[in-house]
Structure formats: structure tokens, C-alpha cells
Design a protein around this ligand. Structure first.
Ligand SMILES: *Cc1c(COP(=O)(O)O)cnc(C)c1O
Length: 428
């Protein structure tokens, strides 16, 4: 794959598109317009595009509601009562898990809290949490307030692993060393699987092994990893994980999150939980009796009956993922992001105007590249937008670009590169 001879020509980009087995999936999505023209959309890291099929999936549930009302809970193959089961085949492929290890529910930030209730049990000996420095704000606030909830001091509990001086991303060895350095006191490693700012994929397998060696639990926030890079949560032995579905998973703004709980915890009724009736043993649920009995597996962490309209939109996207296959998408993704990296290199060379801070090694990144703009600043980014490129700007000087394999083309990447070339000429 790395032997490909990329070229900075429109003809090359078009040839790549014509050979791309995933190319037709682009037609299944709705593209936003900038100034009346279809955008070059590189913002799937923030909000994935709407599948054309989504409206029909939602309409079907609206019709069920209109025609069946309360009977919709138990009627026919769409019965809402069983809707949690529908997303499991696709989710388990995307996440690398067994079906009983995954469930779609709530929102990501809520799920982080609920999972911490079960998997962060500090005691006077083991109470520390390792995370990455510069984590997504919701994750930072979650950790801070969870620690305070247990009556502890965040400054004494939360250990942040930072990049070395002059480096932008974390070295696996530094994360592992930190795990060993704190081993006597470490309760949990809770970090991103793919860092939202730098685009770095962490070595989840190695981190999990190291944490388990010292008797700590491991959880990952997979907001930027799910639907972007292939994952093997079950085989890696990760204890728990959660993600959102509106970024690479294209399920619509704020839509449902997913949860993974490893099989080894499936029957552990001793884990503390904040329970609700939807996590209660299904056969007993409508007896409406006292005494919580958790369902087997991830389902036992559910609280409330499912948001059917939200899950319909979720399913529209999951069905596309299942048709495409996460491994096929990944193959294209490496080529597409490799092409973007190549073209940026052709344009900027060693001029120092910008620097890609995302790892060069494809195994250490997903589709996103993060650029540090050293000259021209936000004016360069604003110029992109004027020319129809939707990316995102992160204070103080980072542009994130995420060509996603489901709906971006090599021609998108080529066109973007020409716009980048012009913008840099104008502002540097
Ligand atoms: C996007 C993102 C979130 C957002 O959380 P919501 O609860 O969906 O608003 C949280 N954490 C990370 C790491 C993210 O990338």
C-alpha cells in the first residue's frame, strides 16, 4: 500500500476514483452546499453526513407510531421492545466485539459517567487514573467530577501523560512507563482511543495489557475511533468503552452513543451500577417488582427504553457500514489520507508554513490529519471555506481535515490541495 506513486494531477485523482471499490457509497449521502456549490466536506470527525436513506428509516417509525401507537412496542418485526437488538450486528463489527458486549444507549458523556460508576472503584491503596493530557473537555470534566464525587482531589488522582518536549503525540512507551510508575496506586486507565486534536491512534492493546498487569481497569473513549479505524476491543481485553455515533458513524447530530462492556463483566452482579428498568432482566421487567437483576452483558447497563426515532437514524447509517465493511473502508482510508498527506507535502515542502502533527505511520492514525499552521493562521482556514472546503479550526492554530472513505473521493482531496496551494500563496 505504501508503494503507491501518488501524483499531483487531476487525472491521477480521477483514476484513483475510477478504481475505488467504495466509490459508489458517496452517492448514498447528502452533501451540504457552500455558496450554492457542493462542499468539499472534510468534517466527518465532527459531524458525519446524512445518508439519503435516513429520512425513510425515520418515516417508517413515524408510520408505525401513527398506525400502531402503543402496540408498536410489541407488534411485528419492528417491535420497539426489541429495537436494542437491531444495531448489535453492525456495532459489534465496528467495535470488534461480541453482540452481547455492545448496546446503543444514551449519549457519550452520560455513558462515560455510568461506566465510571461501575469501573472506577477507588480505595485508599488504588485510586489513581491515567489519562492523556489535553483530552476532550467532556472527558476532562467527567474525570474531575467523578473523582470529586468519591471525595478525592483530582490533582492527586488524575495522572496526565504528555508528549515529550518538541513532540506532538504520545509515545506508547511513555504511557506504559506511566502505568508502571504508578502501579501500586493505579485503579484505572481511561483515555481516548483516537485523540481528537492530534488524530493519533493509541496502542489500545499494549495499554490494556500493561494496565491489567498492574491490576488496573481500562476504558476508552472511542468518539473518534468508532467507524474510523478497525477495533478489536474483545480480543484486546478492554474492560469498557463508549463512543458517539454522529461523527464517523453518520447517525445525525447528538444521536445515540454506544457502549462496550467486556464479556468478563457480563455476569458480574457485584459491580456497582446506576440502574434503570431497561437494564433489568427482560423476562422479569414487566413484573414491576423490587430488586434489580441486571441483564447479561452490556444490556445490563441500559437504563431507559430506547429512543426509537434516534435509533432509526442510527440504523440507516449502520446498514451502510455493514454493506461497505469496516476493513474495506480502512483500506481506502489509508490511501485517501496518504494522498492528502502527499499533496500537502508537495505544496509546502520544507517551507515551514505548516506541519502535520498527526503520526506519519498509518497504524497510528485514522483518516484525520491535523495541521499546525505556522504562517497565515486562521486566514488560511477562512480562505478554504470561501472556496467550499468544510474542515475545522481548533484554537490556537490547528486545522483538522478528515477525508472519510465512505463519502470522500480522491478528487475531493486533489481539489482541496489546489485550494490550499492558492490560500497559502495569498496569506504567507
Ligand atoms: C465528540 C466527543 C465527545 C462528545 O460528547 P457528547 O456526549 O456526544 O456530547 C466526548 N468525548 C470525546 C473524546 C469526543 O470526541
Amino acid at each position: 500500500m505504501d508503494t503507491i506513486n501518488y501524483q499531483f494531477t487531476e487525472a491521477f485523482a480521477k483514476e484513483m476514483d475510477s478504481k475505488d471499490p467504495m466509490a459508489d457509497f458517496r452517492n448514498e449521502f447528502l452533501f451540504p452546499k457552500v455558496d450554492g456549490k457542493e462542499a468539499i466536506y472534510f468534517c466527518g470527525n465532527s459531524l458525519g453526513l446524512q445518508p439519503k436513506s435516513t429520512a425513510g428509516y425515520i418515516q417508517r417509525e413515524l408510520d408505525n407510531w401513527a398506525n400502531l401507537a402503543v402496540d408498536g412496542h410489541f407488534h411485528g418485526e419492528d417491535a420497539w421492545y426489541h429495537i436494542r437488538k437491531k444495531s448489535k450486528p453492525a456495532l459489534s463489527e465496528i467495535i470488534g466485539a461480541h453482540e452481547h458486549e455492545v448496546v446503543a444507549m444514551n449519549n457519550l458523556s452520560s455513558n462515560l459517567h455510568f461506566l465510571m460508576v461501575s469501573f472506577y472503584q477507588p480505595n485508599p491503596k488504588k485510586f489513581k487514573i491515567i489519562t492523556e493530557a489535553g483530552a476532550f473537555p467532556s472527558d476532562m470534566y467527567m474525570l474531575e467530577t467523578q473523582v470529586k464525587f468519591h471525595g478525592l482531589d483530582p490533582d492527586k488522582v488524575i495522572v496526565e501523560v504528555s508528549p515529550r518536549k518538541g513532540e506532538h503525540t504520545l509515545r506508547t512507551e511513555d504511557i506504559i512507563n506511566s502505568i508502571h510508575e504508578h502501579e501500586g496506586e493505579l485503579a484505572l486507565v481511561m483515555m481516548a482511543g483516537l485523540q481528537y486534536y492530534t488524530g493519533q491512534v493509541f496502542d489500545m492493546k499494549a495499554i490494556t495489557e500493561a494496565a491489567h498487569q498492574v491490576g488496573a481497569k481500562v476504558g476508552f473513549d472511542l468518539a473518534h475511533a468508532a467507524g474510523n479505524v478497525p477495533l478489536k476491543l474483545h480480543d484486546w481485553g478492554v474492560d469498557f468503552a463508549t463512543w458517539c455515533s454522529y461523527k464517523y458513524m453518520n447517525s445525525g447530530p447528538g444521536n445515540v452513543s454506544g457502549v462496550f462492556v467486556h464479556e468478563r463483566h457480563a455476569e458480574d452482579t457485584s459491580l456497582p451500577r446506576f440502574a434503570g428498568w431497561w437494564g433489568h432482566e427482560e423476562a422479569e421487567r414487566f413484573k414491576m417488582e423490587k430488586g434489580f437483576i441486571p441483564m447479561y452483558g452490556a444490556d445490563g447497563w441500559q437504563l431507559a427504553n430506547s429512543n426509537v426515532l434516534a435509533l432509526a437514524a442510527h440504523q440507516a447509517s449502520l446498514d451502510i457500514f455493514q454493506k461497505a465493511g469496516i476493513e474495506n473502508l480502512r483500506q481506502k482510508s489509508e490511501l485517501l489520507t496518504g494522498y492528502l498527506e502527499f499533496l500537502i507535502g508537495q505544496i509546502t515542502g520544507d517551507s515551514g508554513v505548516l506541519e502535520i502533527i498527526t503520526p506519519k505511520n498509518p497504524n497510528e492514525r485514522g483518516c484525520q490529519l491535523s495541521l499546525h499552521i505556522h504562517k497565515g493562521g486562521k486566514a488560511v482556514f477562512d480562505e478554504f471555506y470561501k472556496h467550499g472546503v468544510v474542515g475545522d479550526w481548533r484554537h490556537p492554530n490547528v486545522i483538522r481535515l478528515a477525508p472519510t472513505p465512505l463519502y470522500n473521493s480522491f478528487l475531493d482531496v486533489y481539489r482541496f490541495a489546489r485550494i490550499l496551494e492558492q490560500s497559502l500563496k495569498k496569506f504567507t
